[in-house]
Ligand binder design. Structure first.
Ligand code: UDP
Length: 323
């Protein structure tokens, strides 16, 4: 298939583009490099430097690529930042996303694959979380992704645009070539590994008074290559709807730090801080639907394997990508 990948220079997009190319698909990457990196671009892909805020830029790029499918990863994705700068999230994730949806319809794209998030649920009434839980996001990031999900449903109903949306839990780990490098790192595992590399003196724990066994937040970590696999399965005709992607295992912040100590063999000093606004206490997936309906089978379900691959990448690229 010919696939148009937005955000293909970012963490999740670069690894999904790599997996698509390895599966024999043709790929055009559209990325404005605001968060992504030139050296995270797979050389086998065609690259378009995007200006999504300019009218007609996305449409022109989609017209030229003539894709069968679009995979949409380009988005701002930091819960904490969205609580201080919500406009950035609604402008990029919703307004720019809408231009992409219109371009998909105008160009007769057959399949739209959307990178959504468990942040659309907000704090759940029960875990593990299935797709039919009510969606009540508690931060603008989750709200912006939920708004896009709703636009997708209307575009499917009215324009016949077939879509599949994956609600990721916490993506982590690396492929052999590509890994996680944010210019300002806020994510737990890379932050802890920076301490193991000696680049930071300590890791901060945001909140130790949550209603969880050790008082810290619980998340479900999923290997980036398993995420990529689900996206490829989702390209098949007829596969549509919403799917959670996670391993069904919750790990607290302290447990993740302990696992990083074990994998790296380094002590990780920590400092306890107040809660980070917008963080739900516990998010754990039920991915039964993806397993049952898509035949998805995670290859790296264990936190240890996830951290091992992340550590291998960070040791090889201690400063991340060069640009
Ligand atoms: N967290 C932390 N210290 C850090 C980074 C994150 O305690 O340096 C916590 C954060 O508050 C959340 C969990 O770790 O409870 C996972 O955060 P991350 O930013 O990795 O992903 P999110 O769940 O926000 O998508």
């Amino acid at each position: 298939m010919n696939v148009f990948v937005t955000g293909g220079a970012g963490y999740i997009g670069s690894i999904c583009a790599e997996a698509l190319l390895e599966a024999g698909h043709r790929v055009t990457i559209y990325d404005n490099l605001s968060e992504g990196h030139r050296s995270a671009l797979d050389a086998r892909a065609r690259f378009v430097l995007g200006r999504p805020e300019e009218d007609g830029d996305i449409l022109g790029a989609v017209k030229e690529a003539k894709p069968d499918a679009i995979m949409h990863f380009a988005a701002n994705a930091l819960v904490g930042e969205s609580m201080t700068n919500p406009g950035k999230y609604f402008r990029n994730n919703v307004a720019n996303g809408l231009k992409l949806l219109d371009a998909a319809v105008a160009c007769g794209v057959k399949k739209f694959v959307f990178s959504s998030t468990c942040a659309t649920y907000g704090p759940p009434d029960r875990v593990p979380m299935a797709e039919d839980l009510p969606q009540r996001p508690i931060n603008p990031y989750g709200e912006s992704k939920l708004m896009f999900e709703k636009m997708l449903q209307w575009y499917q109903q009215i324009h016949g645009l077939e879509f599949i949306a994956f609600r990721y839990f916490n993506a982590a780990g690396a492929s052999d070539r590509f890994g996680e490098h944010h210019r300002v790192e806020t994510h737990l595992i890379p932050n802890v590994l920076q301490v193991a590399l000696g680049q930071k003196t300590h890791c901060e724990i945001y909140g130790t008074d949550y209603p969880t066994p050790d008082g810290t937040c619980i998340r479900d970590y999923i290997h980036i290559l398993d995420l990529a696999q689900a996206h490829i399965l989702g390209l098949a005709p007829g596969r549509q709807g919403f799917y959670n992607l996670g391993n069904g295992d919750g790990y607290s912040v302290r447990e993740v730090i302990r696992m990083c100590e074990q994998v790296t063999g380094k002590a990780i000093p920590t400092i306890e801080k107040p809660r980070r606004p917008g963080d739900p206490p516990r998010l754990v997936a039920s991915a039964e639907k993806a397993i049952r309906e898509l035949g998805w089978k995670p290859k790296f379900p264990r936190l240890e394997d996830i951290v091992v691959t992340a550590w291998a990448w960070h040791k090889l690229h201690p400063e991340g990508y060069p640009d």
